[in-house]
Write a protein that binds this ligand. Sequence first.
Ligand code: KG4
Ligand code: ZN
Length: 344
Amino acid sequence: MRVLGIETSCDETGVAIYDGDAGLLAHEVHSQVDLHAAYGGVVPELASRDHIRRLTPMIRLVMDRAATAPADIHGVAYTAGPGLVGALLVGAGLGRSLAWGWGVPAIGVHHMEGHLLAPLLEEPAPAFPFVALLVSGGHTQLVHVAQIGHYRLLGESVDDAAGEAFDKTAKILGLPYPGGPALAKLAEQGQPGRYRFPRPMTDRPGLDFSFSGLKTFALNTVRDELARRPDTEQAKADIARAFEDAVVETLAIKCRRAVEAAGSDRLVLAGGVSANRRLRARVDEMMAARGGRAFYPRPALCTDNGAMIAFAGHERLAAGLAEPLAFTAMPRWPLEGLPALEKG
Ligand code: KG4
Ligand code: ZN
């Protein structure tokens, strides 16, 4: 079965074609970073308009690259939520219309399920069951994954998501949007151990996270240290490093607890923040020490993309799930409410 996947939940337009036998045939992502940079964050209306402009030519391009004609497509998957409702409706509207025009089924995919399953596009793919850490701009969740659709939430952030904390701290450091990658780059120049940020909520049992205090800590440190130190650029890099170390260590501590509690030797990292090199290295080390291993997708499949939506949609369509012609987009959508696939 060959599926066209469309992602338009936020500020990336993603299109891909996934084939159940041949794997990922082609995928393309257009980032709207330049469009939103001047505003310091995503402007929803501009995002929706840009998705409208990009989507049709990108679908043509990806179909060409995958040597795929409409008649070769057996289903269409689009992100139905969570995300910005106007942006979601662009992908949902076009995805459903194409499916109707081509006479094939369509399915609305949960964006976080897409992230969660992205590591299954890689070799070796993690076997079920596993524990997953979903770390994106909007979510920080630990999930026990028994099968596709069998998701049990183990813990989540009570305030800011990890990516949000990266973005806000980057802003405090005067870095351009989107802050996560820029902060990680600056941290490379930082002297480790020069500052020590707290590891929130690690001093008590439980698998929940809280990252909003780190941004306040960063704000205070920046204010005090930039007034005190003449080497401003180095001071910023040292602060970036201390912030990154705190987030990475906090995530690693909670991941260790989660795999211990689940008795699992497989940990999956997914979502934009899982592109972070230091997080990957730390989690690799932690899982290796336990005799297990960590799985994460290539960086291009950590951040938003169409491949993960094509894949997640393929799994559900291949299991016979599809949606009626009326469609909705869900700005909020609990992952645990998804129908489970009975297989394997
Ligand atoms: O999954 P994603 O592309 O979009 C959402 O679904 O939110 O995640 C975007 C988030 C942003 O907060 C971005 O700053 C963060 O992932 N991010 C990173 C890195 N690359 C992206 N954070 C830290 N280090 C990175 N290398
Ligand atoms: Zn995402």
